[in-house]
Design a protein around this ligand. Sequence first.
Ligand code: ZN
Length: 387
Amino acid sequence: MTKQTPNIQPDLVATRRYLHQIPEIGLSEFKTSDYVAGELGKMGYEITRGLAKTGIVATLRNGTSTRSIGLRADFDALPIVEETGADYASTHPGVMHACGHDGHTAMLLGAAKILAERRRFDGTIHLIFQPAEENFGGARLMMDDGLFERFPCDAVFGLHNDPALPFGQFAFIEGPMMAAADECRITVVGYGGHGAEPQDAADPIVCGASIIMALQTIASRNIHPLQASVITVGAFNSGIASNVIPERAVMDLTVRALDPDVRDELERRIRLIAEGQAASYGMRVEIDYERGYPPMINHKAETDYVRALARRFAGDDKVTDMARPIMGSEDFAYFLEDRPGCYFMLGTAKTDNDPPLHHPKYDFNDDILPIGTAFWVELAEDFLSGS
Ligand code: ZN
């Protein structure tokens, strides 16, 4: 596996734990960005900063080939109060690396070092250190700042640690891997009044409840049974007292789909049902529909390529195909809309019941650092091997 890879595990662990101590929320990863840029500077990379504010692209060229590859690590954290009790726990109150982006960044930094020392490739490597995966779509913002025009990549690759997957297991899926995540706020505009005199009011709670129930028919009656969709009404707020009919009711929805056409159909049906239901009650709705991350769709050729590479790297028994896509979302989706590539999972389980991602007791498994690092090196050197 790590045939000629130098033993840099102590450095990797120190890097990961340092990053863990300074977690920062998306688009304000200033300390993290300074640290990453500083490390890359010592390795001899051309460094470009400021894409999506705190994002970094580190470029290394070797040989004469025009081939190029992009490898991405995200480096933002979450608004969670850490409960790991680790001696390297977050020093930023209320902010925590609870998704392992500290580990992703440490692995790509480790790979950066080996790639620069060995220079066993022919072409251009762009290492993409991306902010704001969790909230603001840092991937999209880096593209808005000209990421792929300024740093052309023949293909892009990204990975995520998975504490639910056996240690060292690679998991791949071709085509849709993660869902589009859209949000919708529906405000039912009624007419307030006395709770004992409903005939003189227009009750937005009853209308809102009816809308919520009718929304449940979209997945079951409008979408093909074998196509994935989720509509969750995560919040429904209205009223303050038992004897007062309020003016308004507000509901917030998350809407998920793996297929762009299903995504369009969900929006169309949500609007029709909300408006139609409201009209039947003599009320109206205001709808604020916001498209979030698109579905993340892995490209076939790049998925086949990186899966085969993982088999050679880790052995057939360490490579699996995911049983199904995930209805969560990931802004690497924007990269894959623009460039060929593949996103995949790397198992990091310590026990058979690790705290999940985004849990206050979750902690990135440092034992995976040398494996992830070596795989990035292998991928870049193989992709740019000139053969
Ligand atoms: Zn994550």
